[in-house]
Design a protein around this ligand. Structure first.
Ligand code: IVH
Length: 677
């Protein structure tokens, strides 16, 4: 015997006992189930090579549970055992062969095949048909009394219904959080800024082991039966499968997938079918449990330490694996959205090797609390894109914060993130290589520059062939560059070149629209053009001045200001003008002399009787400018309720101040103008 085997065994036992503690005691595992299973398998292998080192307290020999302080303890009359696992067809076949040998029979064995539900084992004790006690598995001999909590689970009957119900019957099964409920619970939790559960199992275990059953009552849990523990009276079938059907008749929930199968082939076929439907089942399963169906045979076979000889769990391939977060890259989408992408040490999960996963946005990174260098859990269920679901608490002193860039990794323009919005965006829309196709298509679209023959496909080809980088390059295209494009030909090429001559004479509003500034649609572009009259005036406007324009609020003003601040956008605009784009000068709106002409108003505080936007629009309709801040140029401040610093400043500057009622009186006196008469 080598010393190192002894050391390895000791080390594995120590690690596993720590993992058990986090899993069972805190409902917060620190490694994935797959990694845990591998550790157990390693320990089993060593223990089978060195049987003299097996001790009764090894995790391979006992049920790995815990009993929390705060719950009353329940001693199980019949121990609640665990199951041995196999991970491939060969080991499953070996199990069946072993059983045949042990029973000294070559008859095909009949098994009850059941989904292995991924939740929390529960015992329900019914006396005279009444549910009188519910307990967790705990360490197999002693569990926690969770009667009050369990009584809040909707599909658990408080009274059994039907005939021949045994005087005392203890039903065993699994409490789970159905996937649909888990997803919607987590979505809501995340919206509220809470962390959410790592997976449905944790959700079920964490929800059930609450000292306050009001909390459990709010969690969407469900129960499925899989066996019987203590039993007094009644006349039950000798078939495990039939017993489960009987439980169903008495009102206990049973999974629809429970079937009987024969021999090795029957087991393998069932595995294949269930694995295929894994993703459409309403609950999460991590494998299959095969149980000898004949109860007498079960009794004959008996138990070894922590698990029955007559049953085995065939585990499914893991949907979660752990790996290292090597780096985070930032991708720029077609619309400028910046997406953080996790670069991972490649890991095989859900049937594919994953080396990248979207982290969605900055909020998601904060929610996960991950750093570069951390060990993270990658989950890939069905055809769903791989997700990072959590980080594992492995101490890595080299972990580095994920730093969100301030400038676009593609074009260097500023990254814009409006407060309260999850998505950050590059503001170099006209120039950014990532946004080229989108920018050119939008520029050419009917409502903007209306360039005939320049649809999505052509725009894409022009960019892909490297013929243009920005909308300005459109105007130096030559017919001979176009003829070789797909589905183009000489005639179409010529038409497009001709079409490109037309938009050169446009309007200021259409030109503004064509720039594709975020949230600047037709109406806003028109308002901007009429307000500023010239491109230079618009370029120089600050956010406050921009907000004086009809329909332009704080956010739109920010988008516009960001856009015109980007040197590259300005370069493209100059190139467009140089290419010959022009528009007739706009003469200032023929203004009837309006009563508040040349007056600047500031609205501050809360208005009780009208919306701030309405007040602003009415003031503008009367010819006033509405500004966001008080200065010596302000003529009047409208002070709503709890007006603060702006009111103080107006008093200091001796500016005239009116309240909401006075404002309403003002509007009433100019009703004819406001009503457009
Ligand atoms: S039978 C003596 N059947 O798996 C047999 N267990 O690793 C004991 N489980 O603690 C269990 N689905 O929480 C059985 N159809 C099923 C199951 C199932 C899930 C869980 C159960 C148990 C664990 C054993």
């Amino acid at each position: 015997m080598s010393n190192s085997a002894e050391d390895k065994i000791a080390s594995l036992r120590e690690q596993i006992s720590l993992y058990n503690d986090h899993y069972y005691r805190h409902d917060a595992p620190i490694i994935t189930d797959a990694e845990y299973d591998r550790k157990i398998q390693q320990l089993k292998k060593l223990e089978s090579d060195y049987p003299e080192l097996i001790t009764p307290d090894s995790p391979t020999q006992k049920v790995g549970g815990a009993v929390l302080d705060g719950f009353s303890k329940v001693a199980h009359q019949v121990p609640m055992l665990s199951l041995d696992n196999v991970f491939n067809d060969d080991d499953l076949s070996d199990f069946v062969v072993r059983l045949n040998k042990r029973l000294d029979s070559d008859k095909e064995l009949v098994f009850c095949a059941e989904p292995k539900l991924d939740g929390l084992a529960i015992s329900l004790l019914y006396e005279h048909s009444q549910l009188i006690r519910a307990a967790t598995r705990g360490d197999g001999s002693v569990g926690e009394d969770v009667t009050y909590n369990v009584k809040t689970i909707q599909n658990i009957p408080l009274t059994l219904k039907g005939d021949n119900i045994p005087e005392i019957i203890e039903i065993r099964g699994e409490v789970v959080m159905p996937i649909f409920a888990f997803n919607s619970y987590n979505k809501k939790a995340i919206e509220k800024g809470e962390k959410g559960f790592a997976n449905p199992r944790n959700a079920a275990a964490g929800s059930l082991r609450q000292l306050d059953s009001n909390i459990t009552a709010k969690r969407p849990l469900a129960f499925y039966s899989y066996g019987i523990g203590q039993l007094n009276g009644g006349d039950l079938s000798n078939s495990h499968y039939q017993r489960l059907q009987q439980l169903k008749k008495w009102g206990l929930p049973l999974s629809d997938e429970v079937k009987t199968v024969s021999g090795i082939q029957g087991c393998l076929d069932y595995y294949k079918t269930l694995l295929e439907s894994r993703d459409v089942l309403p609950y999460e399963i991590d494998g299959i449990v095969y149980k000898i169906d004949d109860i007498e045979l079960q009794q004959k076979l008996g138990f070894i330490s922590r698990a029955p000889r007559w049953a085995i769990a065939r585990k499914f391939p893991a949907q979660e694996e752990q790996t290292i977060l090597l780096n985070v890259e930032f991708q720029v989408g077609r619309t400028g959205a910046i997406t953080p992408v996790a670069i991972l040490e490649p890991v095989f999960v859900g049937g594919v090797t994953i080396s990248r996963a979207s982290l969605h946005n900055r909020d998601e990174i904060e929610r996960l609390g991950i750093k570069v260098g951390d060990t993270v859990v990658v989950r890939r269920a069905a055809d769903v894109i791989p997700q990072i679901t959590r980080s594992l608490p492995k101490k890595n002193t080299l972990s580095k914060d994920i730093v969100f860039p301030t400038h676009c990794p593609v074009c260097g323009s500023e990254i814009e993130r409006i407060e309260g919005e999850a998505i950050a965006r590059c503001s170099g829309g006209l120039y950014c290589a990532a946004q080229r196709k989108e920018a050119i298509q939008y520029f050419a679209s009917r409502k903007a520059m209306n360039i005939d023959g320049l649809g999505e496909k052509v725009a894409e080809q022009l960019v892909d062939e490297g013929l243009i980088n920005t909308p300005a390059d459109l105007f130096s295209l030559k017919a001979e560059q176009l003829v070789n494009l797909e589905r183009m030909g000489a005639k179409k090429a010529e038409n497009l070149i001709n079409a490109l001559k037309k938009p050169k004479k446009t309007t200021f509003a259409k030109f503004l629209l064509a720039l594709g500034i975020r949230e600047v649609g037709e109406a806003t572009a028109k308002n901007l053009a009429e307000h500023f009259l010239t491109l230079d005036a618009l370029k120089q406007a600050d956010e406050e001045e921009l907000q004086e324009v009809d329909d332009v609020g704080e956010i739109v003003a920010k988008h516009i200001a960001y856009f015109f601040r980007q040197p590259h956008n300005l370069e493209v605009i100059s190139a467009l003008i140089e290419a010959g784009i022009e528009w007739p000068e706009i003469s200032p709106k023929e203004q009837k002399s309006l009563p508040l002409q040349n007056k600047t108003y500031v609205l501050t505080g809360t208005l009780a009787k009208m919306k701030r936007n309405e007040a602003k629009a009415s003031l503008q309709a009367l010819g006033a400018k509405v500004s966001g801040s008080v200065s010596s140029k302000t003529d009047c401040v409208v002070a709503g309720e709890s007006a603060g610093s702006k009111l103080a400043k107006a008093q200091e500057l001796n500016i005239s101040i009116i309240d909401e009622d006075e404002l309403i009186a003002l509007f009433t006196s100019y009703e004819t103008i406001l009503n457009g008469n």
